[in-house]
Ligand binder design. Structure first.
Ligand SMILES: [Cu+2]
Length: 145
């Protein structure tokens, strides 16, 4: 094989790589977490996620807590209860909101209190898009839209 015959092949591979990356693109907005008091074990986090193609949020981690869980809220009799879910479905092109009273993320086993005005560094893990790093702003109410 002459050297120049390799070029089209390399170009095609690069194109392929580029389109794969664009295929699984996830946009995270308005990530925020509620402040916690010292000694509090768990804290809740909220965010909006838009994926260009169908994907699932499957897990995550933060250095500030021992565990990261995906939760939903549901009525059980007269009481709102939190329930852990395995994944959060992200339909293609649709913004999924994790907000108080519904889907949310939980930081369990906090190693420090989440102080108002600080940030929680989180690595979100998506089934197709892989890992996405996000900072949650610690604030007492949802960010303005
Ligand atoms: Cu929860």
């Amino acid at each position: 094989m002459k050297p120049h015959t390799l070029i089209p092949f390399v170009a095609a591979s690069l194109l392929c790589l580029a389109s794969t990356t664009a295929f699984a693109q996830v946009k995270v907005e308005q990530a925020w977490a509620r402040p916690t008091v010292p000694g509090q074990q768990g804290g809740g986090g909220f965010l909006s996620i838009t994926s260009t193609s169908a994907d699932r949020l499957v897990s995550g981690s933060t250095p500030l807590a021992e565990r990261f869980e995906l939760h939903t809220m549901a009525m059980k009799g007269d009481v709102m209860e939190m329930r852990q879910v395995d994944a959060i479905e992200l339909p293609a092109g649709k913004t999924v909101e994790l907000k108080p009273g519904g889907l949310h993320v939980m930081f369990i086993g906090l190693k420090q209190a989440l102080a108002l005005g600080s940030k929680v560094p989180v690595t979100l893990k998506f089934e197709k898009a892989g890992e996405v790093k996000v900072e949650f702003d610690v604030m007492s109410r949802p960010p303005a839209r």
